[in-house]
Design a binder for this molecule. Structure first.
Ligand SMILES: C[S@@+](CC[C@H](N)C(=O)[O-])C[C@H]1O[C@@H](n2cnc3c(N)ncnc32)[C@H](O)[C@@H]1O
Length: 331
């Protein structure tokens, strides 16, 4: 798709749009929407609930009204129905984890120029060791996958295969949705040991403990389970350099029996890497946050599948938000 033509207005709007982002993030960070869910409040009352200052609380609430996330009647602020659904912690549709994850990334994005000069990350790799960071990251991954899996999973033909390996599956969202859709299917979620509590809590919440298990390990070091006939690699290759990404595809193929199905889900770049926009920007996010990760092109991912010995390599006719796509190969 051709990029929208630039105008001075669009330039200024793009440059300053982080103000709205920051107002939204402050609301989520302060859990302002949950605080308002107990009932409408004046700025002073809101400040009391937040443990903050009436001047600041009033200004933020007014800006959130201007953004259409709160309403105001007289002096009383209240959540809009949308905010109640998506921004209140107790709601099953709460999206705050992924918004807080975005917030944690902002500081590194402000230093993109440094990464471009050095070719390396500015984000501290130890951030992942921080419990709050990890919770927002993993539950943020749940927020994203849980929104798209119910539409995408029914469009992916698994044939009569019986067990799915969700490699780097995080909280297991995809494995759970595949199993929900295929009543006979079993799955194992393979991820780092620190992910276990999040995955096990999610598996329990989906009431699928009989069919979905968690196996802890590092896919670059440890053997991966070999009793599966489908491998689902969702958003793990972009964290790795091309050699390691190809290695992960190869070891996944080697873990499957003949006829096994290998599926890669990624933000897929077109072959000249100049779009679509989100995968191109996501590549910068990997420049900022990893030693050598990147978004991959359709051609690169197809080659990885071919090199791993797969046949029937193809792009499936499914498209997720932000141009995520699925490539398939049969072992
Ligand atoms: C971007 S998340 C994707 C999660 C999930 N597949 C999804 O699509 O929602 C990447 C996942 O890979 C896991 N991961 C990263 N490096 C890993 C490694 N070396 N071994 C096992 N898991 C790893 C992370 O813990 C995280 O859960």
């Amino acid at each position: 798709m051709e990029p929208e033509p630039w105008t001075a207005e669009r330039l200024l709007q793009t440059s300053g749009s982080y103000w709205a982002t920051c107002a939204l993030h402050a609301g989520v960070k302060l859990d302002l929407f949950s605080q308002l869910e107990t009932g409408p409040a004046t700025a002073a009352e809101l400040a009391r609930r937040l443990g903050g200052d009436p001047r600041g609380a009033g200004m933020l609430a007014n800006a959130l009204v201007a953004l259409g996330l709160l309403s105001k009647q007289g002096e009383l602020f209240a959540n809009t129905p949308f905010a109640s659904r998506q921004l209140v912690r107790a709601s099953p549709d709460y999206l705050g984890y992924i918004l807080l994850h975005h917030h944690h990334l902002m500081e590194s994005w402000a230093h993109l120029d440094r990464s471009v000069k050095s070719g390396g990350p500015v984000r501290d790799a130890s951030a992942f060791a921080d419990a709050e960071w990890r919770e927002n990251f993993l539950l943020g991954m749940f927020n994203l996958a849980n929104r798209i899996a119910p539409q995408m999973v029914p469009q992916i033909d698994l044939g009569k295969r019986r067990k799915l390996l969700d490699l780097g599956g995080g909280p297991g969202t995809w494995a759970l949705h595949f199993c929900r859709h295929h009543p006979e299917l079993q799955a194992v979620v393979f991820d780092l040991p620190t992910t276990r509590p999040f995955a096990e809590a999610t598996i329990k919440r989906f009431e699928l403990t009989e069919r979905v298990s968690f196996a802890a390990g590092d896919f670059l070091v440890d053997p991966v389970p070999r009793d599966c006939d489908i491998a689902w690699l969702s958003h793990i290759l972009h964290g790795e350099n091309p050699e390691n990404a190809a290695r992960i595809v190869a070891l996944s193929a080697a873990a499957l029996p003949p006829g096994g199905l290998l599926l890669i889900h990624e933000f897929v770049l077109q072959d000249d890497a100049t779009g679509p926009l989100f995968p191109a920007l996501f590549s910068l996010n990997m420049l900022l946050g990893t030693e050598s990760g990147q978004s991959y092109t359709n051609q690169q991912l197809s080659e990885m599948l071919h090199q791993a010995g797969c046949r029937e390599v193809r792009r499936l006719p499914v498209c997720g938000p932000n141009d995520s796509g699925v490539l398939a190969g049969v072992v």
